[in-house]
Design a protein around this ligand. Structure first.
Ligand SMILES: [Zn+2]
Length: 85
């Protein structure tokens, strides 16, 4: 890099002043759960009041997956609680 192109500390600081990450903005879904805007609701699977994710099928799939991964060891109490909810 040529000296003429070198960015001084002031310019670097000014550029980086916009790099901070703000918190996630949450809104309330029609089902009452908190969800991110422009994202499908993880609780009811709806986006714009239309079902886009089959949450029951997803829960079943994840339960099956967890069962397969823990086939060689017994399921802990914590995992069975998570599957129940
Ligand atoms: Zn919802």
């Amino acid at each position: 890099m040529v000296v003429r192109m070198r960015v001084n500390r002031s310019k670097t600081g000014k550029r980086r002043s916009h790099h901070a990450i703000s918190g996630v903005r949450l809104s309330t879904c029609s089902c009452g759960a908190l969800r991110q805007s422009h994202r499908a609701c993880p609780e009811c699977g709806k986006y714009n009041d239309k079902v886009v994710i089959d949450v029951v099928a997803r829960a079943n799939r994840e339960a099956r997956r967890a069962k397969r991964h823990s086939a060689d060891r017994p399921v802990t109490e914590k995992e069975s609680e998570a599957a129940a909810t």
